[in-house]
Design a protein around this ligand. Structure first.
Ligand SMILES: [Zn+2]
Ligand SMILES: [Zn+2]
Length: 440
């Protein structure tokens, strides 16, 4: 028995705390205190990764930096997971469960306009076209934070009752090397399919996302659904081409499409039970015709469907199909509808959320806020479908800039480096808290 353990044992007996709680506090307090040692390195890593952003499935440089770091910490490291993913396993000195911590590595096809000294000047191939690339969603911070957490936890590995899988995944924002058609998965879904949560099997998973919509160092959490599912909607309306002056000789898919778009507005407003969760149906593109005086054969539309509940999602998909097909039929046209699932609803396990909330309070000095539902999507959802998961938001905007901050995905999106330390503390402390209080 170590001196610390002896002291905490005596303390727990003296003040009547359960033994495991007191032990948990000592190791958790230690990793929270030690986090500061890794802050400057994390900031340097983030700036470097920010300056060298890489699109989904092309994160080779980023993966190289991560793999080298994890190997230097003495971890077993696997690379090339689901294209460019890196997974490191840190085995603790004591027996216990395995948990996973996840960071996403990819950037977006966005032309950076932050004016930062470490702003990106990178271009990469995005689905066959050269595009400027920027870490406009803050995944550079996610990588830097998790690398620092790896250092922090590796330093106490002998005291860790269990193991930690560090998952650095590619392509959270989607693949840059092919157009997703629902068949070949990408990002988290691909990793889960490849068995990233097995061998050793993972008991729980934690992840965070930076947000410019909250003040630096605050933590947003929500039990149950937190981020929406996302379906890609594709509608093709087929009519019969004719002269624009003689519509009676053909079938006009443009007028049918206009009616379909109007009809789709009633799917959420008149047919969806909004009691379990809200939903959104949006048509984002419409394409058809070549000339002012020709009624075309075909119109293609695409859109997005967002929900927070699998059953609601299935019902909405069916209602969209029925609405579009029957409106098309009414004008003698035909509609073909498909919805490709891009992301599932991200659901935080209620028990895990409740159990970990005190730790989130602790690492943020009580600056925890209940997050609203977010209609954006996350492929963390696919891990959390398999094992209990907790995904939370980390605020990265200085208080004085709140209200003017550019949102994630904007070319002006910036991150306050002061927020990184809270992310390092949070993922480190969630890990030690979970492992040291694991129920048998
Ligand atoms: Zn994003
Ligand atoms: Zn993101």
């Amino acid at each position: 028995m170590t001196k610390t353990l002896l002291r905490s044992t005596l303390l727990s007996i003296a003040i009547g705390l359960p033994l495991n709680q007191a032990v948990a506090d000592s190791l958790t307090d230690k990793v929270i205190t030690n986090a500061a040692r890794h802050e400057q390195q994390a900031i340097a890593w983030r700036h470097d990764i920010h300056q060298h952003p890489e699109l989904g499935n092309q994160e080779t440089r980023t993966a190289g930096v991560i793999a080298e770091h994890l190997r230097n910490l003495g971890m077993t490291v696997e690379t090339g997971i689901g294209t460019t993913g890196v997974v490191g396993l840190l085995e603790g000195g004591k027996p216990g469960p395995t948990i996973a911590l996840r960071a996403d590595m990819d950037a977006l096809p966005v032309l950076e306009k932050t004016g930062l000294p470490y702003a990106s000047k990178v271009e990469q191939d995005y689905q066959g076209k050269s595009m400027p690339v920027m870490h406009a969603c803050g995944h550079d911070a996610h990588v830097a934070i998790l690398m620092a957490v790896a250092s922090n936890l590796a330093a106490v590995r002998n005291e860790l009752p269990g193991s930690i899988k560090f998952i650095f995944q590619p392509a959270e924002e989607g693949p840059s090397d092919y157009i997703y058609d629902g068949k070949r998965y990408f990002g988290a879904r691909q990793l889960v399919e490849e068995g990233v949560l097995e061998n050793p099997s993972v008991e729980a998973i934690f992840g965070l996302h930076v947000t410019s919509m909250a003040p630096t160092g605050t933590i947003g959490y929500r039990s149950g659904p937190i981020m929406a599912s996302s379906g890609d909607l594709h509608i093709t309306v087929t009519g019969k081409q004719t002269h624009g002056a003689q519509p009676w000789n053909g079938v006009d898919p443009i007028v049918a499409s206009a009616q379909i778009i109007t009809g789709l507005q009633t799917v959420v407003s008149r047919r969806t039970n909004i009691m379990p969760a809200p939903a959104v149906v949006t048509i984002g593109t419409i394409e058809g015709g070549t000339r002012h005086n020709i009624i075309p054969d075909e119109v293609k539309m695409t859109g997005t469907v967002r929900t927070f509940d699998d059953e609601v999602q299935q019902q909405i998909n069916a209602d969209i199909k029925q609405t579009a097909e029957h409106i098309a039929l009414a004008s003698g046209a035909q509609a073909h509808v498909s919805v490709i699932e891009n992301y599932a609803t991200t659901v935080n396990d209620p028990n895990l959320t409740q159990r970990m909330l005190p730790t989130l309070q602790k690492v943020s000095s009580g600056r925890v806020f209940p997050s609203p539902l977010v209609t954006g999507s996350e492929d963390f959802s696919y891990y959390a479908q398999k094992v209990p998961g907790l995904f939370f938001f980390l605020g990265v905007t200085p208080s004085r800039h709140m209200g003017q901050a550019a949102p994630n995905h904007s070319p002006e999106f910036v991150i306050d480096d002061q927020a990184l330390i809270v992310g390092i503390k949070a993922l480190s402390a969630l890990t030690t808290d979970y492992l040291t209080t694991a129920t048998e």
